[in-house]
Write a protein that binds this ligand. Structure first.
Ligand SMILES: [Zn+2]
Length: 353
């Protein structure tokens, strides 16, 4: 059977200063040659309905288009995500719009969706980030989510913990979030662990998963997670914020990327016990200025990396680095954390498996 294709629904075309733009965003192709413009637009219009490549070539030949122009036209249209397999997009299907995004990213939509459905993620921390990431993943078709937290909902949470209502104040975050996710994604298995992670060993009591998502606001959790992840071979990503800076990464894949200890990403204890005492006292006084939009910025960027990793499409930008979006200036900061063979946690001689 000769495959049929159709113009991808995300393709729009238009002229800007006599240059034809085929598609916008990362798939944009610019055509300046008037002969080619005519041929490309004729072929694209023909492909608004399913057609084989040979049928479109025959059409162009029948219109008197020369061979070189036909070859260039086919090269341009078939070697980019401008065309998708015919009948692969069904408007009414639940994940159809996400499927178009996977196609746009050069992937096969059904394969991505199947990989997401087979995935199990564990979310440590059900606050602002945990709320946003969990609902985005559940509604995207992730098959299994484990929620871990032992906090109760407070009225001051409602500015950013969007899955909770006023009526939920005082209830367990995990149980409430589980119910809210089930209302929106009944096919997703959601289970809960209403417990606090107090030490690295607590992590090994959780079910194994494909990805740990760390959105807990306790700094020491990161080093526990990192050690556990390296030892068990479990990938993880950290998501949060530092005051006005939305932060995501590093996305750690043990054996492939750097880990949280490969380089110094965050402040460490000083040598002096007296200064450590002062620093601890000052830091106990700290309260994060947590605002909805900064939670959303970090959660949004990280969720896209998570879908790319689990779905197997595009580039996971937070691998080997911690990314900060400084929301006051809109500048981005990248802290590199590539693999360090001398790392005391993941270095070749130090992994006790
Ligand atoms: Zn390391």
């Amino acid at each position: 059977v000769i495959p049929q294709y159709v113009l991808a629904p995300y393709v729009r075309v238009g002229f800007q200063k006599n240059v034809l733009h085929c598609g916008f965003g990362s798939i944009q192709i610019k055509v300046s040659n008037p002969l080619l413009q005519h041929s490309v637009l004729t072929a694209m219009k023909h492909w608004t309905a399913p057609s084989r490549v040979s049928d479109t070539v025959t059409l162009l030949e029948s219109l008197g288009t020369d061979k070189v122009t036909i070859d260039e036209t086919m090269n341009l249209l078939t070697k980019s995500p401008l065309l998708i397999p015919a009948h692969s997009y069904a408007r009414e299907q639940r994940y159809s719009r996400h499927g178009l995004f996977y196609n746009l990213s050069g992937a096969e939509a059904n394969e991505v969706q199947k990989r997401l459905e087979r995935s199990h993620v564990t979310i440590l921390g059900c606050g602002g980030i945990g709320n946003l990431v969990s609902v985005s993943l559940a509604t995207a078709g992730i098959g299994h989510i484990t929620l871990v937290d032992n906090d109760q909902i407070e009225i001051s949470n409602l500015t950013r913990q969007i899955m909770f209502t006023e009526a939920d104040v005082g209830a367990e975050k995990t149980i409430t979030l589980q119910a809210a996710l089930r209302q929106r994604a009944s096919e997703c298995t959601v289970d809960v662990y209403s417990q606090q992670i107090r030490k690295a060993e607590d992590l090994s009591t959780l079910p194994s998963c494909d990805l740990l998502i760390v959105s807990a606001d306790m700094p020491e959790v990161m080093s526990w997670v990192n050690r556990f992840a390296v030892k068990s071979g479990t990938p993880f990503i950290n998501i949060g914020y530092v005051n006005d800076v939305a932060v995501w990464g590093p996305f750690v894949i043990p054996g492939e990327t750097g880990c949280f200890d490969c380089t110094t990403l965050v402040a460490r204890d000083p040598v002096s016990a007296e200064l450590k005492g002062h620093i601890d006292a000052i830091n106990r006084h700290y309260q994060a200025p947590s605002i909805g939009p900064v939670n959303m910025a970090a959660a949004a960027a990280a969720t896209l990396d998570i879908l790319k990793y689990l779905g197997g499409f595009g580039t996971v930008h937070s691998k080997n680095r911690r990314i900060g979006l400084w929301t006051h200036s809109l500048e981005q900061e990248f802290q590199e954390c590539i693999r360090n063979s001398q790392c005391h946690t993941c270095g070749a001689t130090n992994v006790d498996k």
